[in-house]
Design a protein around this ligand. Sequence first.
Ligand SMILES: Cc1cc2nc3c(=O)[nH]c(=O)nc-3n(C[C@H](O)[C@H](O)[C@H](O)COP(=O)(O)O)c2cc1C
Length: 198
Amino acid sequence: MAIPSLHVVVSSTRPGRIGPPIAQWILGYAREHGAFEPTLVDLAAFNLPLIDEPHHPRFRRYQHAHTKAWSKSVNEADAFVFVTPEYNYGPPPALLNAFDYLYSEWHYKPAGFVSYGGVSGGMRASARAGMTASTLKMMPIPESVALPNVFAQVKDGVFDANELNIAGAGTMLSELSRWEEALRNLRAQHRATLAREG
Ligand SMILES: Cc1cc2nc3c(=O)[nH]c(=O)nc-3n(C[C@H](O)[C@H](O)[C@H](O)COP(=O)(O)O)c2cc1C
């Protein structure tokens, strides 16, 4: 079987965001870790407007090219790491909007979070995003990486990880890999059902 695919999703979209360097770090670490084939997925590149599809996503009757492109991307993943800041104690609306666009594409895929912010390290954002993720039948794993006062670790567009960050990333990816394997059968059944439905 092919090495499972991991999408590392940059969840902030605003100009001047610090999400990309943090995502580059966890992407590189995931490559070293070896359990997954990691791909960087930048939400900003999909340019999703506030959800503008007329039908519930469970019907997959998408009208817009941006939705079809987003659906294709999410479909290709076996697992996710969402790299998310905390905005007003929650995840960025761009991430919740991207969740809402789709439904079955998310099913039976485990999700880890790398969150960042001030003293809380974005933990309130990942906890809240996890609630929505589980509604979409993702498995948000409890092992996450929180980066408090992250600003001090980003210099010249590079995130400088410390030992604690690296240890946390290793634990999260190993656990994500266990869940990916455990959910593989469910994903295969689900993909077969979707293929039958067309
Ligand atoms: C609208 C907004 C709300 C924010 N709210 C919080 C917050 O509740 N907690 C926190 O730790 N940081 C908060 N911050 C600071 C962010 O952690 C910081 O700006 C970070 O760089 C945002 O991630 P980004 O640069 O990838 O967008 C907020 C920032 C913005 C722009």
